[in-house]
Design a protein around this ligand. Structure first.
Ligand code: SAM
Length: 224
């Protein structure tokens, strides 16, 4: 959970926001698919008190209520804890269990590894959004390659090579099921458009690894 929260803070520093889409009004119904620790959902629920935010996940990992601090009233989490229905209710691969038009915004972030069919998933996201034309989806996925703006990392450096071991077709990538991981981010825009979405924007951000550039605010203070 700590790792997920640290990545969340890093992403917030990178984007300087949690939501990049123009919300039609402040009283939106939002679903965070594969919400993990639930930290994104919680922060958004706090920032948009007139909204209704729902986090769903396969696993009951969402932020526990902390002593003296409870979840905001406009935030709920759903997770199947019943062994016989697990994989049927909150497993996105079985579809999203909500009627058409249930939400104004669908979001997901870094759930790539758990999705077997991205085309089907984006179609489901489209289906559960309101049909008024003001529903938005915000999907965030990563490209696992490590790159360097000034090409100062030699091609043979371990830092440049190791992602290929996992994220390119080959013994390890095939065995782990990570061989096509890179394709998920690069195909996302086309899949979202194929699902029926219009006005699609793709943002490509560089996430610093290691020591952050001095111009980028550090999140490290929050780790203390
Ligand atoms: C890397 S974590 C990201 C969590 C969160 N979205 C974030 O950005 O902090 C991936 C999450 O997606 C969930 N997940 C993966 N595949 C899923 C599926 N098929 N159905 C529901 N949840 C899934 C996992 O249980 C995990 O909590």
């Amino acid at each position: 959970m700590r790792r997920l929260n640290v990545i969340h803070w890093a992403m917030r520093e990178l984007w300087q926001t949690s939501i990049r889409i123009p919300l039609p009004h402040p009283a939106v119904r939002i679903i965070d698919v594969g919400c993990g620790s639930g930290i994104w959902a919680k922060e958004v629920a706090e920032a948009l008190p007139r909204s209704q935010v729902l986090g769903v996940d396969l696993s009951p990992t969402y932020l526990p209520e902390e002593p003296g601090r409870s979840h905001p009233n406009n935030l709920t989490f759903e997770v199947s804890q019943h062994p016989t229905i697990l994989n049927q209710v909150d497993d996105i691969n079985y579809g999203l269990q909500y009627p058409e038009g249930s939400f104004d915004m669908v979001t997901s972030r870094f759930i790539a590894g758990g999705i077997t069919d991205w085309s089907a998933t984006t179609r489901e996201m489209y289906r559960i959004l309101t049909a008024t034309g003001t529903g938005w989806v915000q999907i965030t996925e990563l490209r696992p390659a490590l790159v360097c703006d000034d090409n100062s990392i030699p091609e043979t450096a371990t830092a440049a090579c190791w992602p290929n071991i996992f994220f390119a077709p080959g013994d390890i990538g095939n065995a782990l099921g990570t061989a096509r991981f890179d394709e998920i981010a690069t195909m996302l825009k086309r899949r979202v458009e194929a699902a029926g979405f219009v006005d699609v924007h793709e943002y490509i951000d560089k996430a610093p690894v290691g020591n952050w550039h001095p111009g980028i605010p550090l999140y490290r203070h929050r780790l203390k």
